[in-house]
Design a protein around this ligand. Structure first.
Ligand code: ADP
Length: 421
């Protein structure tokens, strides 16, 4: 009997009398791992993770143990969590179940051009040609100003279950399906989707659905498939599908014109998500959630929806300061401007800054010297730009009040009520 066997016996006894002592359990699991008793080690690591899902040592141990037992899928899930928590995974352990063991992890693009075009049928093999951004472009939820309620909903519905798989499993929560972000235009849905990719340490692929659908129909199916293939090849990846409502509309507009094949292809890809590579996440966005095709809302597809509300005062101040950051501005009372711009979307606020900048430029051209953007120029611009959100809420209110039997617009209804819209 080796010295370690004695320690194992002693620690096992100690655990019998105090099973909640996670330090002892971790110590025992680590020794078992060293002794190549991987199954026993994995059992202990799993107990620790059920109680403390972000325990890095336990995640690392669990990853090694499951990899050693040949359970690559489980190892990949732990690797993904570790990466999401900002910890490098064990070299040699594939970051997803389908990766080649000695493939160098690829640098994944975050952000970048809004449209990702997949060119023809060759796209899947061209997957590595996707150019990757530097880490500097990466944003996380911390970069999303304000919107605490939205962040909390995202945490509960999406990130929480991903971070705490053991707990999600204990509550019977399936780790599959996409997340739909809905709300008025220009209010941060795309920005939040990028932040989620950052949270998951994943690449970001953005696709405007109406573009895919408008392409030559026969080719669209291939393009869609190529897009998902590319995501799998570069996993972990977030596929962001904007204008998800376009699908529903197209389907009723274009009876029997081949659109059905594209829709079926999309549904097939979505349904294949949890059987294929689990490190591909699909996020959808729409300004018109009431137009979303019911087929897309079935379980395992876009079965969770989150209302992304208009920027609150904290968000507005941040958006204004971001938009003015690279412009020659004088002393601006941003909190006052943020207060005055209730009902303005992120895009409206950007327009206010744009307009004020134009006026300042005119002034500078006349005077021949550099002029700074002033508070009064911004205030004047703000008066000229009409907030665009109100009209969206006119329609949204009807749906929240009269078409919410399933409760899908509960967040929206609550927001309307709280803000007396
Ligand atoms: P949507 O996808 O809802 O149409 P976007 O995500 O494109 O809107 O938002 C428009 C812009 O507004 C973004 O580029 C971002 O700079 C800004 N923005 C919106 N909401 C926020 C926020 N909460 N924090 C920081 N920037 C925001």
């Amino acid at each position: 009997m080796s010295a370690n066997d004695g320690v194992v016996i002693a620690l096992t006894k100690a655990l019998e009398s105090s099973p909640d002592d996670m330090d002892v359990r971790l110590h025992l699991a680590t020794i078992l791992l060293d002794k190549d008793d991987f199954s026993a080690a994995l059992e202990h690591f799993s107990v620790i993770l059920a109680a403390d899902p972000v325990n890095i040592a336990a995640l690392e141990g669990a990853q090694k143990a499951s990899s050693a037992t040949g359970d690559t899928r489980r190892a990949a899930a732990y690797a993904k969590l570790l990466a999401g928590l900002g910890h490098a995974t064990t070299p040699g352990v594939p970051s997803n179940a389908e990766a080649e063991p000695d493939t160098e992890p690829k640098k994944i693009r975050v952000g970048g051009p809004p449209e990702l075009r997949v060119v023809g049928g060759a796209a899947a093999s061209d997957a590595t040609d996707v150019d990757y951004d530097s880490d500097d472009d990466r944003i996380t939820l911390a970069d999303v100003a304000g919107l605490e309620a939205v962040k909390q909903r995202i945490e509960l519905a999406f990130l929480g279950p991903l971070r705490n798989p053991a707990m999600a499993k204990a509550y019977g929560k399936k780790m599959r399906g996409g997340l739909l972000l809905y709300g008025p235009p220009g209010c941060g849905k795309t920005y939040i989707a990028r932040a989620l990719a950052g949270e998951l340490n994943a690449g970001f692929m953005s696709v405007g659905l109406s573009d895919v659908l408008n392409m030559y129909i026969g080719e669209s199916e291939q393009r869609l498939h190529a897009l998902f293939e590319m995501a799998r090849t570069n996993a972990p990846t977030v596929i962001f599908m904007d204008e998800l409502d376009a699908l529903g509309r197209k389907r009723s507009d274009l009876h029997g014109s081949g659109i059905r094949e594209v829709v079926n292809q999309l549904l097939q890809e979505l349904d294949g998500m949890h059987t294929g590579n689990e490190a591909v996440f699909v996020l959808g966005a729409t300004n018109l959630p009431w137009d979303i095709d019911v087929a897309l809302k079935r379980p395992g597809r876009f079965d969770r929806a989150i209302f992304v509300e208009p920027p609150d005062i904290v968000a507005r101040e941040h958006i204004l300061s971001m938009n003015l950051a690279e412009r020659p501005a004088g002393k601006i009372n941003l909190p006052a401007l943020a207060k005055k711009t209730r009902g303005y979307s992120g895009a409206d606020l950007a327009f206010v800054c744009e307009l004020a900048t134009e006026r300042t430029l005119e002034r500078a051209m006349q005077s021949g010297v550099v002029e700074l953007i002033t508070d009064s120029e911004l205030k004047a611009a703000q008066k000229e730009v009409r907030p665009s959100i109100a009209s969206w809420f006119e329609t949204a209110r009807n749906y929240a009040m009269y078409a919410n039997a399933s409760g899908e617009f509960n967040d929206l209804a609550e927001y309307i009520q709280q803000n007396k819209i």
